[in-house]
Design a protein around this ligand. Sequence first.
Ligand code: M6R
Length: 614
Amino acid sequence: MCGIIGAVLCEGGAGALVDTLGEGLRRLEYRGYDSAGMALVGGDKTIRRARRPGRVRELEQDLGALREGDARTGIAHTRWATHGAPSEANAHPHICNGAVAVVCNGIVENHEELRRAQTEAGFRFTSQTDTEVVAHEICAQVQDGRDLLGAVQAAAAKLKGAYAIGAVAAGEPGRLVGARRGSPLIVGIADGGALIVSDVPALLHVTRDYLVLEEGDVVDIVDGAFTVYDAAGSEVQRELRKSGGDSGAVELGNYRHYMEKEIFEQGRAVADTLEGRLSGGHILEEMFGAGSGALFDRVKFVKCIACGTSFYAAMVARHWFESCGVPCDVEIASEFRYRRHTVPDGALVVAVSQSGETIDTLEALRHARRIGYRDALCICNVAESSLVRESDFVLLTHAGREIGVASTKAFTTQLTALLLLVIALGRRAALAAAAESELVAELRALPTAVARALELNAAVAAVARRFADKRHALYLGRGAHYPVALEGALKLKEISYIHAEAYPAGELKHGPLALVDNDMPVVAVAPNNELLVKIKSNIQEVRARGGQLLVFTAEGAGIRGGDGVTVVEVPSVGDAVSPIVFTVPLQLLAYHVATIKGTDIDKPRNLAKAVTVE
Ligand code: M6R
């Protein structure tokens, strides 16, 4: 999704500035975007700009002209289209009257009203974006005699919505002003310069020192020195932080795509998520941090909020929580954030997110606090994310950076982390010590089981050919494996563009069975548990209507292949971790179908890695 980088560099000239901003754009690419641009302010008090739809590498062809001259201040942006198609005209930075250039993340909700007023005031619009009004508003303030800082502060006061802004002015060549409300903005502090970025990894090629702007903050960077003001305009100090993040690019190695690499990293990722968190037949509660014991003692109900794949992980966890005697409810964050309800005593809100920057999840967490949830815990993969900063307790998944837009190792590590949380709360409810030991034993065996599931790669690649020319697919699962079916269908949709829907298998005869014919592939997730006999019946219902079945079942479950039924046997594991192991072949299936179709697997159309707008 949209990304911002801006910098004032006191040394190195325009070439170094273009390199710094360009590398920042490349580091923001993983978020997903469809156009990119850059603008520099020269010592001659002019703004020069390059922007175009497509990839950063295409923009690089236009950056030569910007390298000439003595510019030391610039802003750059990757845009994920919301208002207006991906086009050069809609790409940021937006320039107003040659005087002000602006990049903006988020959505300005009152843009129509501002556009009307600005049009009447004589401003001319050249884009369909909601953010061009920001450039005009700041420009109007500059025309009224304000300096850039005053202009951004005055303009920000008129904006509604969630946004982060970077602005430069032709008349102030050494100055860069940033502002945030709702969307993150980070200030990087380097020798001889300062930066603004929307995401910590985008500054690690320059510095590890940074601070996070708080809601309503404005940062004024002049010749590399910076001052932060709060929403009331008072100068404030924000905590200086040092990033421990990996500053290098993630290498693809011998893999064709990051998604493939990330699928095959799952044995290691799960092992890393468990590292130092188990002891004998127990979990070590220290992993949750100081005060977590007292928190867990008072928890009587768990509310999970999440989006997409993370939501499906929480759906699996609900089965685990409830089987340990911990009442649990799971809700899509974008729905929860607008819903009022009575908060039960002892409620803990658990936000699950790979990126920790998903705006719906962040806003749902803030909403939870407003309506009375006293305690918030997050399960997250990015230590330096907004979600981690805003949560009282944090359990990090140690998946490592996930680049592919389609989440894979994030999901299996989220499930691993959630099972640790289930044990921590369950041992205070109905989970006996012996049962805890069994769960811990299952967790210890998990990395090996995942590695064995990955050995199904060739078998899954062979069956994937049958899906490549299909337009639709159905996925079936029951119990804790129904969310696994949902996740499998989401993977297929995202990267192969085949319409796939998952149903609880028992629901099939209540409608979706009408879709089944010999052109409808049906994927069934059939572990060897107490629901096996039920799903076997559901498989027969499909087969009786000519449906072509691909059944992922456990070794020894007794489901045999034959006419219209292909069986792939998944390694036999304990009941609790079974959803994690069954996920692996479904990821492989989606991956192989997409490679046959030749789609852009790591950056599927229309999608973004971090969804930072509503
Ligand atoms: O970073 P998050 O886990 O909060 O992201 C939530 C969803 O946007 C994400 O899982 C999305 O559904 C993925 N593209 C799924 O592969």
